[in-house]
Design a protein around this ligand. Structure first.
Ligand SMILES: Nc1nc2c(ncn2[C@@H]2O[C@H](COP(=O)(O)OP(=O)(O)OP(=O)(O)O)[C@@H](O)[C@H]2O)c(=O)[nH]1
Length: 324
């Protein structure tokens, strides 16, 4: 199916009765805007009209008036992983540089930016329900296929610093894949979802990861593998699937989680972990980028020296010794 076919199907389906969930049109652009209080949150611009975001935040004159971070989105301790066998970070505290930066309020632009999270996976595995359970605390038993993409913005406070996640829900249906994949670029967190009760959907996760990584520099995104619908399995069935899922997660260097959007089990814990790891990675990157070219004492007993510092020192030695 060509891109124009997909777009025309997309337009047709948008005209259909509300059997389908909301989507973004190709002209809608996600933007990060400054709030009146100096924070920064995201929304989308739709033909420059004023409107409400899907989370009900009010927009006027291009400024999104963000409510303060709600109390149940405050992350003060480093959230735990789900199981140590497939975990990206074993520590129970934020990185020392991150802790210091938060303490000294030296977090540069991290409080102003929005990290992009993209959720991918086969159709019907439970991606939309997972996002809706976390962002709106609702669960819909009726299946409404996502067409293209949709997104939610969640405001957190991590270590006292405001932090925003833009969580993209993508369509699992093959015919919408090319629309959804246009939104993969610049992803800081890739969440690959599968249905714990359908082993085939776990087998397809590697392909979803490959597709998402094609649009992003390898090694730069934090990857999560999440099994949905935990409530439909018995303990014995779950344990069998978990063993397979851990293997896949290890191969793809992802952190594994199992959740139920129906009961809410692990949903909040999972997104807190996503937010904490994304915040930490973002802040470390920001600190690294803004570092002065001088020798740095790293964590533990290593002393790191930037290439630029080495070159600078070498040229100084050469110029002071008069060597050619
Ligand atoms: N029992 C149970 N059912 C779930 C759970 N999560 C989702 N479902 C059901 O599974 C079906 C598909 O869920 P969706 O969230 O729409 O699936 P999706 O992955 O977003 O599908 P696409 O938009 O087509 O990619 C719906 O009927 C949901 O009610 C869960 O945790 N437990």
């Amino acid at each position: 199916m060509s891109r124009s076919d997909v777009l025309s199907t997309f337009r047709e389906l948008r005209k259909a009765p509300p059997l389908l969930t909301s989507t973004l049109e190709a002209t809608e652009t996600p933007v990060a805007v400054e709030t009146a209080t100096g924070g920064c949150v995201g929304s989308w611009q739709k033909n420059n009209r004023k409107h409400f975001t899907s989370s009900g935040k009010r927009m006027s004159n291009g400024i999104l008036h963000a409510p303060p971070v709600s109390r149940d989105r405050i992350i003060s301790k480093f959230p735990k992983c789900y199981i140590p066998e497939a975990c990206l970070q074993f520590k129970d505290q934020f990185h020392i540089q991150v802790k210091n930066a938060c303490h000294e309020r030296q977090t540069r632009n991290v409080g102003l930016k929005m990290s992009k999270v993209v959720m991918v996976g086969d159709l019907y595995v439970g991606k939309t329900c997972l996002i809706n359970r976390f962002c709106k605390n609702v669960f819909d038993r009726d299946y409404k296929a996502t067409i293209g993409v949709d997104f939610e913005i969640e405001r957190f406070e991590v270590g006292g610093i405001p932090y925003n996640l833009q969580i993209w829900d993508t369509a699992g249906q093959e015919k919408f894949k090319c629309i959804a994949s246009a939104y993969y670029r610049g992803t800081e967190v890739i969440i690959i979802a599968f249905d714990l009760a359908d082993i085939q959907t776990l087998e397809h996760t590697k392909q979803w990861l490959e597709d998402a990584q094609m649009e992003n520099e390898q090694g730069l995104s934090t990857i999560f593998l999440v099994g949905c619908k935990k409530d439909v399995l018995s303990q014995a069935e779950y344990e069998r699937t978990e063993a397979d899922a851990i293997k896949v997660a290890t191969e793809m260097q992802a952190e594994y989680w199992a959740v139920s959007s129906k009961t809410g089990e692990n949903v909040r814990e999972f997104f807190f972990r996503v937010a904490a790891l994304a915040f930490e990675a973002s802040l470390l990157k920001e600190l690294e980028r803004n570092d002065f070219p001088c020798a740095k004492i790293g964590e533990g007993n290593t002393i790191r020296m930037d290439k630029v510092t080495a070159e600078y020192s070498e040229s100084r030695i050469n110029s002071t010794t008069g060597c050619c």
